[in-house]
Write a protein that binds this ligand. Structure first.
Ligand code: ADP
Ligand code: ZN
Length: 220
């Protein structure tokens, strides 16, 4: 059965960075509801229009919209390789809907991996981050600069973008939303026997290593 891996953790924990690494190393498909929603916002779809202000305020988009967007993405054939869910589920309702969706297709959750971090460090991590406009590679003003200033290591691109919601105020609201609505899912997946916890306060390469070990173990 193709692996279904959930990455849990607050904004700034490194879910997106690590999901991209897992995608490259294990041939899994990263499904980021944040990316899917941002694409809907730029495309100006009805879901995107409804989500835009909610995202800018650092609150959670409705389960209805998020589930519609995710289900749509899950209909693409590439997800058969196995998926890494990044930023989903974020509410108890989304977790229940995911269980049902997987049951319908004879799949189940392989692991839910909680990236454990200190909230206090997340504001700085999120506020400094940006990505290559051409290939999406992530960077950080302090923690991950390109080898040559202003030039993407991956593709040589010279344009970078920052997310509209990556500012100190909005991060605080996103952290609050995480603790109120998403953190309870850690206990939920623990009770299902699929929870793994890793220390995600270290360097990207160290976290990559601990995560790689877990994923090797479960995909073997
Ligand atoms: P981060 O994990 O850094 O907050 P994301 O890209 O995952 O970044 O999410 C950005 C925003 O998109 C969230 O603050 C929220 O408004 C919206 N969003 C993303 N995924 C979900 C989801 N599963 N449920 C509700 N809202 C979501
Ligand atoms: Zn690039």
């Amino acid at each position: 059965m193709a692996p279904v891996i959930i990455l849990l953790g607050p904004p700034g924990a490194g879910k997106g960075t690590q999901a991209r690494i897992l995608e490259e190393n294990f041939g899994l498909i990263q499904l980021s509801t944040g990316d899917l929603l941002r694409a809907a916002v730029s495309a100006g779809t009805p879901s995107g229009l409804a989500a835009k202000a909610v995202m800018a305020a650092g609150a959670l988009v409705s389960d209805e919209i998020v589930l519609a967007i995710l289900k749509d993405r899950m209909r693409q054939p590439d997800v058969a390789k196995g998926i890494i869910l990044d930023g989903f589920p974020r509410t108890a309702g989304q977790a229940a809907a995911l269980d049902q969706l997987l049951a319908e297709t004879g799949q189940k959750i392989t692991a839910a991996i909680s990236l454990e971090v200190d909230d206090a460090a997340m504001v700085g991590r999120v506020a400094g981050r940006h990505s290559c406009a051409a290939c999406g590679e992530g960077y950080h003003d302090q923690f991950k600069r390109p080898a040559r200033a202003g030039v993407c290591d991956k593709c040589g691109g010279t344009e970078f973008k920052r997310r509209a919601d990556d500012n100190a105020e909005t991060v605080r609201d996103r952290l609050a939303a995480y603790h109120a609505q998403t953190a309870p899912l850690i206990a939920y997946y623990d009770s299902k026997g699929v929870l793994e916890r890793i220390d995600a306060m270290g360097a990207i390469a160290d976290i990559r290593q601990s995560l790689g070990q877990i994923v090797t173990g479960i995909t073997a």
